[in-house]
Each structure stands twice: as C-alpha cells, then as structure tokens.
Write a protein that binds this ligand. Structure first.
Ligand SMILES: [Fe+2]
Ligand SMILES: [Fe+2]
Length: 350
C-alpha cells in the first residue's frame, strides 16, 4: 500500500482542518505559580507519577490481526486519514509539552510537562504502530522539523489545549462505549485501547484546568470570556467539518455523525463547566443549521481550490465568505452562563 498513502506528507500539510503544531512563550509559562491550587496539583501529579497506563500501550492477545488488504477501499482511505490525523494531534501535544519541559526551570511545571509528553509520545507511537502494519507509518522525526509551528500566547494554549484534551477524552470514550454496545462494528483492534487511553487525556485536561485556576482573570474577564467563546466555537465547528468528511469510516463504525458530534459536545461542555464560565448552546435552533452551512461552505472552498483558474478563485472567495458568515452566526448564538464550582477537580465518569 506504500505509495498510495504518503502519510508523512499528509501529516505535514498545514490546512485549516489538519491538527497543528504549537509553540508559545515558554518563559511566561515557566513563571506560573501553582500555590493557589497546591493541594489539587500535588494530588494530580502524584497520580500522573504513578503512571497507571505504563503497560497499556502494547499490543497483546487482544490485538487481532487486521486484514488491511481485504478492507473496503473507501473505508481504508478514511481510516488511514483518521489514524494519521489522530497521530499528528497526539504528537503535536508531545512536541509542545516536551519543549516546555526542556526550556522550563520551574519544578512544578517541568514535572507536569514531562508526564504529559511521556503519555502523548506513547499515544502517537501506538497509533503509528497501527499505521506501520498497513505499511504507512508517519515519519515523526521528519514531522518535528518539517511541520509549520503556530504561535499561541500561553492563555490561548490553555484554552485550546484544555479543550482538545477534554474533547479527546469525550471522543475516545464515546466511541469506546458505542463499540461496547455494538462489538460487531469494531473493525480494528485499536478501539479496544480507548478506555484507559482517554483517562490520560482526562488528566491532561485536569492539569490545564488547574493552570487556568492559578489566575482567575483567565476565565473571568470580559475579553477572556469572549476568547473562550471563540475557542469553543472554533474547536467544535472544526470537529464537525472534519468528522463529516469521513462518511465511510463512521458508517462502518455504525455511528451517526450528527449524533456522535452532539454527544461529544454535550460531554465536553458538561466537563468544561469545571472552569469555563460560558457554554455553547448546542440545542439552540440555529446551532445545527449553522454547522451544516459551515460544512457546505468549506466543502465548496475545497472544490474551488482544486478547480483553480479565475472561476476557481472566484468561487473560493464566495465560499470563504460563506464559511466566515456561518462561523459568525455560530459565534453569535447566545451562550449559557455557568458558575464554575469552588473545587475544580473532576473524575472521568462517562
Ligand atoms: Fe494523547
Ligand atoms: Fe493528552
């Protein structure tokens, strides 16, 4: 199959929808003082230090043989795309966390980021093992050098990374629970690993929740509330568009994509009440139509780009304007205001 899928190129490409690599102001993050959340911090770090998933990311007897050659070709394309994009996202966390640990001098921060980079390296490596069996592993060393890095101020790293960790948890656990009920749809063994896996993501999210709690302004000032709303809208709508591009993959999983995405938003929003003061109204009558409009506009952008020429350029401009309008429409849906509880810590209970 090598050649048909240049997975390293797929992972390196920078598009609106592909997972990105991030860099930040590491010195500013190194100055974070965790004293205000010390008790919760120490408990969380002790749990991470004990490394409950140390032996988990290894293939064992549960890893059934995968018939890559006999797989429905349409499913194979989308499943490889899913694995590559998941591997890139996991590895993106690994690279960012490792860099923070390497540059930092603050023992609390360095310890946290060393555990988190350890976990993400395992996650990315495990997915890449699955890709290797198909003969299409991503060259992660190359990726570190070739991928473009996006700079985010530390507070944006908190919002974006907190959300992606909690969404990662919600996505993995929702697929895992669904396949528990419908094992006949489990077309690859990797899904059996998702339960313990998502607990790592849950803890990572907890760490960012605590980091945000060290500075109340991050979640209470007027401007920051608008930023949180922006990140929620951006992350949720991107997920919608990305998932709706994988029709065969979800069909084989026996998952209705609309249901799945709404379920992931619901779980993520419920968890995010621990720290975010606003929540998107995913039951609002304009929510689903807005997501569908954005998805349609982004598909048209893609088509126009492939077409090229003057007509392609023109249709690309119109489609971009439609996507922006749809995004603004989603952003302007009135949010639900919530009051984060005094104690921030939560356990994964889904
Ligand atoms: Fe991960
Ligand atoms: Fe994570």
């Amino acid at each position: 199959m090598q050649g048909a899928f240049d997975t390293t190129a797929m992972a390196t490409e920078t598009t609106l929808l592909n997972p990105r690599f991030y860099t930040t102001d590491f010195d500013e993050m190194d100055r974070v003082d965790v004293t205000p959340v010390r008790a919760d911090w120490d408990a969380l770090l002790a749990q991470m230090k004990s490394d409950p998933n140390k032996g988990h990311f290894k293939k064992n007897a549960d890893w059934d043989t995968v018939d890559w050659k006999g797989m429905d070709p349409a499913l194979r394309v989308e499943f490889i795309d899913f694995l590559v994009s998941s591997c890139t996202a996991e590895f993106s966390g690994c690279v960012l966390y490792k860099e923070m640990k390497r540059r930092g001098t603050n023992p609390d921060i360095c310890e946290l980021f060393s555990y988190m980079s350890r976990d993400e390296a395992r996650h990315a490596g495990f997915i890449n093992d699955a890709l290797r069996e198909a003969g299409v592993a991503v060259n992660l060393g190359f990726l570190t050098k070739a991928k473009k890095y996006t700079y985010f101020r530390p507070k944006f790293i908190y919002y974006a990374t907190y959300l992606s960790e909690k969404i990662g948890y919600a996505r993995y656990i929702t697929i895992f629970r669904h396949l528990e009920r419908h094992p006949e749809h489990r077309f690859h063994p990797i899904f059996k690993w998702f339960k313990e896996w998502c607990n790592d993501e849950f803890s990572h999210g907890e760490a960012f929740a605590l980091l945000m709690r060290t500075d109340p302004k991050l979640t209470t000032s007027f401007a920051n509330k608008l930023w949180i709303r922006f990140f929620l809208t951006a992350v949720y709508s991107t997920m919608w568009v990305r998932d709706h591009a994988r029709v065969d993959f979800h069909h084989h999983l026996g998952v209705d994509i609309d249901w799945y995405d709404q379920e992931v938003y619901r779980i993520t929003s419920e968890i995010a009440r621990q720290v975010f003061p606003v929540e998107l109204d995913i039951k609002h009558p304009r929510w689903l139509p807005g997501l569908r409009a954005m998805d349609a506009a982004m598909r048209d952008m893609d088509k126009a780009k492939k077409k090229g020429g003057l007509t392609g350029w023109l249709s690309h401009k119109t489609a971009t304007a439609r996507a922006l309008l749809a995004f603004a429409g989603l952003y302007l849906i009135p949010v639900i205001k919530t009051t984060p509880p005094a104690s921030v810590r939560m356990e994964p209970t889904y």
